[in-house]
Design a protein around this ligand. Structure first.
Ligand code: SAH
Length: 370
């Protein structure tokens, strides 16, 4: 079969055990897995010819049966505050977004796990675009791969620039469980990106059954989108709450950190004016979270076109924070970054989608015309 007609295996998406299986299936030694992964992820090499510690014959074979591909970059913007946002083409008119947030002592890459999202949280731009599909392992890992290499150019250094990865872009990571786990394996692999599990955060709206599985398979840092202190309000804001209510969710959170004295769950709480930011909400939240091993991160709501919610005022946010702090709950307010490039949390919607659909329609139209 020639290269065009055969499905090529994308090596970008194989974690260590999958890569070993791949080489063993080719009657090759398992250690080839490590070598190839190091070329791809550590050194950013996608050209088999440059993989000089691999024999010529094997290189030639790999070039005919496999590929190392990453999504094409559709746009690349840098904010005045240094935040950088990319839009990546994941085929068939779909795009995903990722954001890099530089800070004094760390650089955080916020990546996507799905095209769109099924959960439809009422204040989230991604939810509004509906759900299209899960990202493949390769598409998840490629976000880090692309960012790492472009940031090395931007900052002119080989030092580690992405120190942390957060799954807080588009999608619900725990509903794309297997692919997210394999992608995180690659991120943690010492021959790839070597990130420790503490520096990788999975953010979930509360897919309870997957939380215990996550703990078993890859106990990374856990963030949970709480957003409301009672079920009535949470049902409205995070419809998944109808399936797994706050009590069930908190029990799963407690179990997640139960083995460790130090581990804490981060609860995210979006600040929506007059919706969930009143004193009574703060008080309910205190009842819920006091004595719980957690941190609370208040996220000023980031508005987008066509949404009726408003961001709570700074005064209100600070008052809310102070009340929680007084009650002994570690509470921080998330700084809003990348405002000028719509890179803020909850605004990632892959603008490319609509444009492409339109241009695809045009194409079909043009084909018909011709
Ligand atoms: N599905 C995962 C990841 C979503 S994005 C989850 O629900 O946790 C990461 C965070 O951004 C979540 O806490 C999400 O609720 C929040 N978010 C979504 N839309 C937002 C908006 N418009 N403004 C501020 N935060 C938002």
């Amino acid at each position: 079969m020639d290269k065009e007609t055969q499905t090529l295996t994308n090596l970008m998406g194989l974690d260590r055990s999958a890569m070993i299986d791949y080489f063993v299936s080719l009657n090759e030694k398992p250690f080839r897995a490590q070598q190839v992964m190091q070329w791809i992820h550590q050194w950013g090499v996608r050209d088999f010819d440059k993989m000089t510690n691999i024999g010529k014959a094997l290189r030639a074979k790999l070039a005919t049966i496999s590929e190392i591909t990453v999504p094409e970059i559709v746009s690349d913007q840098i904010s005045v505050d240094g935040t950088r946002k990319w839009l990546l083409d994941v085929q068939k008119g779909n795009a995903i977004e990722m954001v890099f947030i530089p800070e004094d002592t760390r650089g955080t890459l916020c990546i996507s796990s799905q095209v769109g999202c099924t959960l439809n949280c009422s204040f989230c731009a991604t939810g509004k675009q509906g759900y299209n599909r899960n990202l493949s392992v390769a598409e998840i890992v490629a976000q880090l791969w692309v960012a790492k290499h472009l940031l090395a150019e931007q900052y002119q250094t080989e030092d580690r620039i992405v120190t942390n990865v957060v799954m807080m872009g588009m999608g619900e990571p725990l509903l794309n469980f297997d692919n997210v786990i394999a992608a995180m394996n690659i991120m943690q692999d010492d021959f790839c990106f070597g990130l420790s599990k503490r520096r990788i955060t999975v953010s979930t709206a509360g897919v309870v059954p997957a939380m215990s599985k996550l703990k078993e398979e890859s106990p990374v840092t856990l963030a949970v989108s709480l957003h409301a202190p009672n079920d009535e309000l949470r049902n409205e804001l995070v419809p998944l709450n109808k399936k797994y209510n706050i009590e069930t969710l908190l029990a799963a959170c407690e179990a997640y950190v139960s083995d460790s004295q130090r581990a804490k769950v981060t609860f995210e709480y979006v600040m929506l004016e007059e919706i969930n930011d009143l004193d009574e909400h703060a008080e309910q939240l205190i009842q819920l979270l006091k004595n719980f091993p957690c941190k609370l991160n208040l996220i000023p709501f980031n508005p987008f076109d066509g949404i009726a919610y408003k961001r709570s005022s700074n005064n209100r946010i600070n008052r809310f924070r102070d009340k929680l702090k007084m009650a002994g709950i570690i509470t921080t307010v998330r700084k809003t970054r990348g405002d000028d490039i719509d890179a803020a949390c909850g605004q990632l919607a892959g603008d490319f989608v609509d444009r492409t659909r339109r241009s695809m329609k045009n194409k079909t139209l043009n084909n018909k015309i011709n």
